[in-house]
Design a protein around this ligand. Structure first.
Ligand code: ADP
Length: 886
């Protein structure tokens, strides 16, 4: 056994674990019986781009009409780290040593401390750190932390299904979380009923918890570290130790529905063994497994009984005992399902051990204004969940070491759900869930792996004067590729795996490596060249009759969408032919009928207003995509047409750079330059019938749970009745299945052969989907009387309903019920499940382990009367007495 290769379960502090500790400002500590958790906020460096107008330059082709420069920025991040409580002294020394330089910390002399250690270690903390300890109630912190995670971190909660594909069923973000039972399994166990933010009660507990497993486990085996015990348990078989029903009855106890393999008495067989001290009676793997089963089953049953007693249908398990360990979660899930016959839902949390620390930190922020911010997990810095494939010898060392680091970004803007969504609660931004669709997962992981080299090169070129740009870019490449590799093995590690998350993770990692707008030069060149052609393009369109003009506008929009530097095939074309322009792109487009072709319906709707069957749209919201030809020759003429028909247009661009997408600050300048060329645009801008706004997004995809609060208010005020979503990221990878309470136009060119073929099309296949709503406007009662804030509040019961950026993976306000589209193109899950079975058997785990103790044990449904599962018979309150004695 690779005992020696074990890292200590929790290493002593290093700056690698305590990220950005030198910039730390505010602290909170949760000191438990076994583990201490430190929460702190720090300031992290960022780069951002600024765009400056060049008023004196005419915009001659090739000369700059605006200038771009990079600036340093700061952002606030929350960090959560754990270590063994016995190291508290050295950790405090480490914190002190690293904080000496931080004026802010010295300035802020009070820290919130919770957990038993708040009492035990008050003097130590005060003397070591020179601060005053403000003790905060542990249960209150626990609940506050749990509520915060459930509402702000997408996919924080999940159901675990050992044989599911995937094993994890994530819950999106739950805006409707109450009531629930929180079972916190730390050293001991607390059970709390939570009815609202302020109404909660500790309703029970048990001393048989994580400390018991760790303590008894180290007494009974030679293992000293918790992780070591878990690994032993993973490999063990409980049957040699546990007395099963069949050991007593010789088979099933059919009369009361107990299967032969049900545990009648944990460790019951140990008493019967021969006492030859020279030979160990039982192997340590089996002991660890029996113990884990014994404790997990017990807690599962207590949790079930309390939930029943209090009429609660959801149980969240918190505390570091769980550690995302598949076997533990499986046992508890099984116990709850078995006893409740599936009526009560057992749910686990990705950051289960930090609830109390988060709560304590938030309490420290209350004096400030915690609720004015948006929050989102930093995918680049947080660690992911373990998986069965990882939990045995193959467990990646890096993952183990970083396991359960949590980083949360604070965003200064408020992000709110888009009020145009028909069903905010049911909205799921992503079209394909790569945790379920194995073929798509393989394809996209490979695709992003290959693309990463190009991104690295672009990053280097974007900072030509920086001496360490190459080093940082290589660092990006290494980190991103290593993340992709780990996702290959454990796709559920960070929640749903989607194309959006993969793109956002790349953006976060670039940001971490201090890169910002790696396409800025390319975008600038293309913007200038396209602006130069705008006047001719408009003149050409003006010469066409309306019906033909509408077609050419649609084709222009589509052709513009070809200019996407995020698509490898397009990059090749653009790199080979510098003069590739709008007409070349038009020639590449699929000919009508398009793959999705609602153009005739769209044209009818646009021309109907002439015969006054329907009035023109009142307000169109357009989420635009690429810089250059796309925005200038595709979108601006389209916008101009809408304006000239009397429609107000809200043109939205990303708030921060991603790929070659046009950014808000650029769009403002481009709109101004375009308005110098076109009087319709000029007067619309002046009259505020054309509004250029930021979307709040920082991704090539569009998560409508998280858009800029100001945009939300404007949409509502203007009575938006048309939404136009452009591009592959926004209209295909996300929002393809989104439904709106107004008309929606989804426009994209599929610039990826594999994806096109999945849709039954070919490269450059066209999606032009026009979805007409029944009830064209926002629900009148809401639109007419409510502000956007009120609208959001009515949809999201939480007071903390603000959201965070999709880049940081974000607060979201809706819960995914059905994350995966039912479209047939998504491919069959069968092939994937076949694959996962194959890889499972090839994973190196001993067949005996998986067959005898896990797989066989739950082949039957939890409600089966003769469940041959490791459920203890005694816990069913069924007296197990030898047959002979009855
Ligand atoms: P507490 O606040 O009481 O310390 P925690 O929620 O931190 O409770 O959970 C502590 C328990 O977590 C331990 O008793 C042990 O069972 C388990 N545990 C998980 N990971 C570790 C680890 N690396 N080292 C020690 N115990 C761990």
């Amino acid at each position: 056994m690779a005992h020696k290769s074990y890292a200590r379960s929790i290493d002593l502090p290093t700056e690698q674990v305590f990220h950005n500790i030198r910039n730390a400002r505010r602290f909170a500590i949760d000191i438990g019986g076994s583990l201490a958790k430190v929460a702190y906020s720090s300031v992290v460096k960022r780069k951002s781009t600024m765009v400056f107008d060049e008023p004196d330059v005419e915009g001659v082709c090739g000369s700059p009409i605006y200038n771009v420069s990079e600036m340093d920025q700061e952002a606030v991040r929350l960090h959560f780290v754990k270590f063994e409580t016995k190291y508290i002294e050295s950790c405090l020394d480490f914190i002190k040593a690293n904080l000496i330089k931080s004026k802010e910390f010295v300035h802020d002399k009070v820290i919130k401390v919770t957990g038993g250690g708040a009492y035990k270690y008050t003097d130590l903390i005060q003397s070591k750190l020179g601060v005053t300890v403000d003790k905060v109630d542990e249960i209150a912190c626990l609940i506050e932390g749990c509520n915060f995670l459930l509402k702000h971190i997408p996919d924080e909660a999940f159901c675990y299904m050992r044989h599911g594909n995937p094993e994890y069923k994530f819950q999106g973000v739950d805006s409707d979380i109450f009531p629930y039972l929180l079972v916190n399994i730390g050293s001991g166990v607390s059970l709390c009923k939570v009815e609202s933010e302020s109404k909660f009660e500790r309703i029970g507990g048990t001393s048989m918890g994580g400390g018991t497993f760790w303590g008894l486990g180290s007494l009974l085996t030679s293992a000293k570290e918790f992780d070591e015990l878990l690994d032993l348990a993973e490999r063990g078989d409980h049957k040699p130790l546990d007395m099963l029903v069949k050991d007593i009855y010789g088979g099933n106890y059919g009369e009361i529905g107990l299967g032969a393999d049900v545990i009648a008495s944990s460790f019951g067989k140990a008493a019967r063994c021969a006492r030859d001290t020279s030979v160990p009676d039982f192997n340590k793997e089996d002991i660890a497994r029996s113990l884990l089963l014994c404790i997990s089953n017990d807690i599962g049953q207590i949790a079930y009984l309390q939930a029943r007693l209090h009429g609660v249908k959801k149980i969240y398990f918190g505390g570091f005992f769980i550690r995302g360990h598949p076997f533990t979660m499986h046992t508890m899930t099984f116990a709850i399902n078995y006893w409740s016959k599936g009526d009560i839902q057992p749910l686990f949390l990705r950051h289960e051990g930090y609830l109390c620390a988060i709560g304590a930190f938030l309490k420290g922020m209350k004096d400030g204004d915690a609720e004015h911010y948006s929050w989102g997990e930093n995918l680049a810095g947080s660690s992911g969940l373990a998986s069965p494939q990882h939990s045995a010898a193959s467990f990646d060392y890096h993952m183990r070491n970083n396991f359960s680091l949590l980083e949360i970004n604070r965003l200064e803007r408020s992000l709110l759900p888009c009020p145009l969504l028909r069903d905010i609660i049911g909205y799921f931004p992503d079209t394909v869930d790569l945790t379920q669709d194995g073929d798509a997962r393989d394809y996209w992981l490979d695709c992003f792996y290959k693309n990463a080299v190009k991104t690295r090169d672009l990053a280097i070129n974007s900072q030509p004067t920086s001496p360490d740009a190459t080093e940082r870019a290589n660092d990006f490449l290494k980190k991103y590729r290593s993340r992709l590799k780990s996702l290959e093995q454990n796709p559920c590690a960070f929640g749903h795996l989607t194309v959006r998350n993969l793109l956002d993770t790349s953006a976060s990692m670039l940001e971490e490596c201090l890169f910002t707008d790696i396409f800025s030069q390319q975008k600038q060149l293309e913007n200038e060249a396209a602006l130069h052609q705008l006047s001719d393009r408009l003149a050409y369109l003006d010469g066409l009759p309306l019906s033909e003009r509408l077609l050419q506008l649609a084709i222009g929009l589509l052709a513009g969408n070809v200019f996407d530097w995020g698509a490898l095939e397009v990059c090749r074309i653009l790199e080979q032919s510098k003069s590739f322009g709008l007409e070349d792109a038009q020639a590449k487009l699929q000919k009508r009928p398009w793959l999705f072709d609602d153009f005739d319906a769209w044209r009818n709707r646009m021309t109907q207003s002439k015969g006054s069957q329907k009035p023109p749209y009142k307000c169109a919201v357009i989420f635009c995509d690429n810089s250059g030809v796309d925005i200038i020759l595709g979108v601006f003429p389209f916008v101009r047409q809408l304006l000239s028909m009397g429609t107000t247009v809200i043109l939205c661009a990303n708030s921060a750079p991603s790929l070659n997408d046009v950014v808000f600050v650029e769009l403002q300048l481009l709109a101004k330059h375009a308005s110098d060329i076109c009087p319709v645009l000029r007067s619309a801008l002046a009259e505020r019938r054309l509004l250029v706004m930021e979307s709040g997004q920082t991704s090539p995809c569009l998560d409508l749970r998280l858009i800029d609060g100001h945009l939300v208010r404007t949409m509502t005020e203007q009575g938006a009745d048309l939404v136009v979503i452009e591009g592959m990221g926004r209209a295909i990878h996300t929002n393809m299945e989104a439904t709106f309470n107004c008309d929606a136009l989804k426009v994209a060119v599929i610039k990826n052969k594999w994806l096109a073929q999945r849709f039954g099309g070919d490269m450059f296949a066209v999606m032009f989907r026009f979805e007409q709503s029944q009830d064209h406007r926002l629900p009148q009662t809401v639109a007419a009387t409510a502000t956007a804030q009120e609208l959001t509040a009515s949809l999201l019961p939480s007071p903390l309903s603000s959201a965070c950026s999709s880049r940081s993976s974000s607060l979201a306000s809706s819960r995914s019920t059905s994350p995966v589209s039912s479209l047939s193109y998504l491919g069959s899950a069968t092939s994937d499940s076949r694959k996962s079975q194959t890889s499972d058997s090839g994973s190196g785990r001993s067949k005996k382990t998986s067959r005898q103790t896990c797989d066989d044990e739950d082949e039957q449904s939890p409600t089966a009367s003769s469940a041959n599962i490791p459920i203890t018979a005694s816990s069913a309150n069924i007296p197990i007495t030898p047959r002979g004695s009855r």
